[in-house]
Design a binder for this molecule. Structure first.
Ligand SMILES: Cc1ncc(COP(=O)(O)O)c(C=O)c1O
Length: 393
């Protein structure tokens, strides 16, 4: 071994540390490196020929590729990609399929930031968008034009939990030569796999149930390999590649996804049944019994408290277990208020037409004891005569 100075030793700390070749790590290591060292010029040539050689982490790294492959496998897709957030995945997919002069048909009940991106990024670029009721296939078909490239829907609408009729939409899209792209964030592949029902691409915010613990931001997409390759190229150019640690955390979360979804679905179903029987509740939105969801209807539900904003606020304030969190997918039970959070940019008339009223509370049922979740909502509903909020949360 050559004798090295302290400066040289320090600068090369940890590089080429010999790892035992006889065993391999049980948990995937985190490849916290921005770049990979090439042993020779032949390896650089192999990379340039498109061979699977890691070069620079924005274009791909083992943790991101493992997450992409696992998500593709869970959804039943040929290939997958992993992005820095759900929006990163959505933008890359839409950008790779649309362009000036193109037309998209999009569900009226699409996540607010997806809608904002279509209106503020895609429309000024020359993309036309028609919004439809995804549960009305006749209206969907009527909206399709010669330039229509894709139909974009969510498996479960936010916050009304309407189930998109995926088999009918898939058949319609095949007949009209339009791609069906589905946001599966609320359902997850543990509950519904849209590619099995005719979708060409499926995507999810991994920030929610795939991660499951509110401690990461990531997004994923899966489907036909040629479509995923195009979206992956956009990701690499726009720099929205997932971070190695976020990908690692997501994979860790995915290990328990089916267990969490089974438990959270069962808890959501029990909470929905309780709320349906409560005199202080006007309406409950939960898709149990839908033929597209034979393994449980997921963790998300919503209910309208009898009354208005003051009554909804009193219930949210009185909840002890369920925190007011403007997100979803956690292992703990959380609530959100669509009018003041996710749907604040919608015109009041458009919101009301979708059933999104001041008294509506959205719930992410967690993994806690079902009896204790129900008891929490029972005691909170008793206090629903409270005061109106003083400021917009
Ligand atoms: C249905 C849906 N899709 C996509 C997103 C965006 O995901 P992210 O926040 O990870 O960018 C969200 C976030 O709330 C969502 O609810």
């Amino acid at each position: 071994m050559r004798k090295r100075s302290v400066e040289t030793k320090a600068a090369h700390a940890g590089a080429r540390f010999p790892v035992s070749p006889a065993t391999y790590p049980t948990a995937m290591p985190i490849y916290q490196t921005s770049v990979f060292t090439f042993p020779d010029l032949q390896t650089a040539e192999a990379f340039n020929r498109g061979e699977p050689v890691y070069q620079y982490s924005r274009t791909g790294h083992p943790n991101g590729d493992a997450l992409a492959a696992v998500y593709a496998d869970l959804e039943g897709g040929e290939a997958g990609l992993a992005a820095a957030s759900g929006m990163g995945a959505i933008f890359a997919v839409l950008f790779s399929l649309l362009g000036p002069g193109a037309h998209a048909v999009v569900s009226r009940e699409t996540y607010g930031t997806s809608y904002a991106s279509l209106e503020q990024d895609f429309r000024p670029w020359g993309v036309r968008v028609t919004y439809v009721d995804a549960n009305d296939p006749v209206a969907v078909e009527a909206a399709i034009e010669a330039e229509t490239r894709l139909l974009y829907v969510e498996t479960l609408a936010n916050p009304t939990l309407k189930v998109a009729p995926l088999p009918r939409l898939g058949a319609l899209c095949r007949r009209r030569d339009v791609l069906l792209v589905v946001d599966n964030t609320f359902a997850t592949p543990a509950i519904c796999r849209p590619l099995e029902h005719g979708a060409d691409l499926v995507l999810s915010s991994a920030t929610k149930f795939l991660g499951g613990h509110s401690d990461l931001m990531a997004g994923v997409a899966a489907g036909r390999a040629n479509l995923i390759e195009r979206a992956k190229a956009v990701l690499a150019r726009t720099g929205a590649t997932v971070d190695p640690f976020a990908a690692w955390l997501t994979l860790r979360g995915i290990k328990t996804l089916p267990l969490r979804m089974a438990r959270q679905s069962a808890n959501a179903a029990r909470l929905a049944a309780f709320l349906r029987s409560h005199s202080g509740v006007e309406r409950v939105y939960y898709p149990d019994g839908d033929p597209l969801l034979p393994d449980g209807a997921g963790a998300m539900l919503a209910f309208a408290v009898r009354g208005g904003l003051a009554e909804a606020n009193a219930v949210i304030e009185a909840l002890e277990l369920a925190a007011f969190v403007p997100s979803l997918g956690d292992v703990t039970t959380t609530v959100s208020h669509p009018v003041l959070t996710s749907h604040k940019h919608f015109a009041p008339g458009a919101r009301a037409a979708l059933g999104i009223t001041d008294s509506l509370i959205r719930v992410n049922a967690g993994v806690e004891s079902a009896e204790e979740i129900i008891a929490d909502f029972a005691q909170a509903l008793e206090k629903r005569g409270g005061s109106a909020p003083t400021s917009e949360a």
